[in-house]
Design a protein around this ligand. Structure first.
Ligand code: THU
Length: 142
């Protein structure tokens, strides 16, 4: 997989900002949007969805990734995450693990609504990762 170029990452960040507008976060009021760039080149959006039963909420990243899987794709080249935080925040630990399942080499690009941005790799965000190999399974061909 070639690293997506900066123009592609910028488009993906804009998609994440748009996805964030559909966030359902009446409890935390912390609106998050995500956009996944799949291996086919399609973009899948997601946003956090909270629940009155707090523990049932789901993060934006997983909503976007599961939309990709529902569409029949299983390889992530890049994911953008948009928040309103004062400084850049990375995906939560659970989402890092879910990104890893489909994109061990994924690029993760982060943006805030005030325009700050930072791009890292999933490997930087999740060193010493746990994956299929640790269960004796081969890495799926993506
Ligand atoms: N959240 C995400 O959507 N992604 C993250 O990576 C961090 C947290 C959501 C979950 C919850 O709805 C709100 O942000 C506050 O934790």
């Amino acid at each position: 997989m070639a690293r997506p170029d900066e123009a592609t990452l910028e488009r993906l960040r804009r998609e994440a900002v748009l996805a964030r507008e559909r966030s359902y976060a009446p409890y935390s009021k912390f609106l998050v949007g995500a956009a996944v760039l799949s291996r086919s080149g399609k973009v899948y959006r997601g946003q956090n969805v909270e629940n009155a039963s707090y523990g049932l909420g789901v993060c934006a990243e997983r909503t976007a990734i599961f939309a990709m899987v529902a569409a029949g794709e299983v390889a992530i080249d890049a994911i953008a995450v948009a928040t309103q935080a004062k400084k850049i925040v990375g995906p939560c630990g659970a989402c890092r693990q879910v990104i890893r399942e489909f994109g061990p080499d994924a690029i993760v690009t982060l943006v805030t609504t005030s325009g700050q941005k930072e791009t890292l790799s999933l490997r930087e965000l999740l060193p010493r990762d746990f994956g299929p190999g640790d269960l004796g399974f081969p890495e799926p061909s993506r």
